[in-house]
Ligand binder design. Structure first.
Ligand SMILES: NC(=O)c1ccc[n+]([C@@H]2O[C@H](COP(=O)([O-])OP(=O)(O)OC[C@H]3O[C@@H](n4cnc5c(N)ncnc54)[C@H](OP(=O)(O)O)[C@@H]3O)[C@@H](O)[C@H]2O)c1
Length: 257
């Protein structure tokens, strides 16, 4: 059995990973700035801040594998992907950790978009720490699509990017993929995982309306520039890696039902 530290283990992907590792019988520690509202079953939470490195050395004592599933969505928190990646890489190396698994996004290096550029830099920094790094790139999570439509439905509209398709995946499936990458004897250094289906965004909006009973209007919008091209070319998809087992409609029905 291994001892695994999940950095960002209170978040969407991180908490699913914690649940998966605990259910497989491993010793799991969770590091994040804030204590979770509900303590993770069978895991121990340690407060820490990846951006400053606070609490990292203590959390890493006796750890075999680190999984990093952190996020920094605003300009001011984005340093987590650079300073945080360096702090984690250095502390993990000093602590003798044998593997670090990093969660990233499919196609992250194929579009000029500042958030994606920061994640690409995060991948580069982690990879620079050597062969013990495994990068797991996932497609968009079901809950991201759900929150996008939930937010815009409040103003009566479901915007869909013209020509865009998604391959959304359940957070539980992402947790399973990260746990596999943490425990597999020879996982390879780069893994892509996506949901079971590739679905036009317009159809995702129709599914969302059907399940939630929303009367919001589906509005198709052109997306200009490199982001539009990225989506139309399907660079956000990984058709050969349909790792997820739960389709968007089934996930949404279970959540909203
Ligand atoms: N959402 C998607 O569709 C999707 C798809 C593919 C990949 N990803 C990538 O997956 C990663 C995780 O996404 P998510 O949606 O699971 O994120 P999330 O739910 O926002 O969780 C982020 C986690 O990071 C922790 N965190 C944030 N700042 C921290 C800091 N300075 N020090 C320590 N912990 C910190 C948070 O806890 P505290 O705030 O308490 O510190 C939380 O546990 C991101 O890099 C994202 O780009 C997301």
């Amino acid at each position: 059995m291994s001892t695994v530290l999940v950095v960002g283990g209170t978040g969407t992907a991180g908490s699913a990973t914690v649940g998966e590792l605990v259910s497989r019988g491993h010793t799991v520690r969770v590091l994040s700035r804030h204590a979770p509202v509900r303590p993770p079953d069978g895991a121990v939470h340690t407060p820490g801040d990846l951006t400053t490195g606070t609490g990292l050395a203590e959390a890493l004592v006796g750890v075999d594998v680190v999984v990093s599933a952190v996020d920094g969505r605003t300009k001011s928190t984005r340093r987590i992907f650079t300073d945080g990646a360096r702090a984690l890489g250095t502390a993990a190396r000093d602590a003798g950790v044998r593997r670090t698994v990093l969660l990233s996004i499919v196609g992250v290096d194929h579009v000029q978009f500042s958030y994606y550029a920061a994640l690409t830099e995060q991948e580069r920094i982690h990879a620079s720490f050597g062969p013990g790094t495994v990068i797991v790139r996932s497609t968009q999570f079901h809950n991201l699509i759900d929150s996008l439509f939930t937010a815009t439905a409040r103003v009566g509209m479901l915007p869909v990017a013209r020509g865009a398709r998604f391959q959304p995946i359940a957070p539980a499936d992402v947790g399973r993929a990260l746990a596999d990458a943490a425990l597999d004897p020879a996982p390879g250094d780069r893994i892509e995982v996506g949901g079971p289906d590739i679905v036009p965004m317009r159809e995702l909006a129709q599914i969302w309306k059907r399940v939630t009973g929303s009367r919001a209007l589906v509005v198709e919008l052109p997306v200009p520039g490199s982001v539009g091209r990225f989506l139309r070319e399907g660079r956000n998809l990984t058709p050969d890696n349909r790792y997820g087992t739960m389709p968007f409609e089934q996930w949404l029905t279970a959540r909203r039902g």
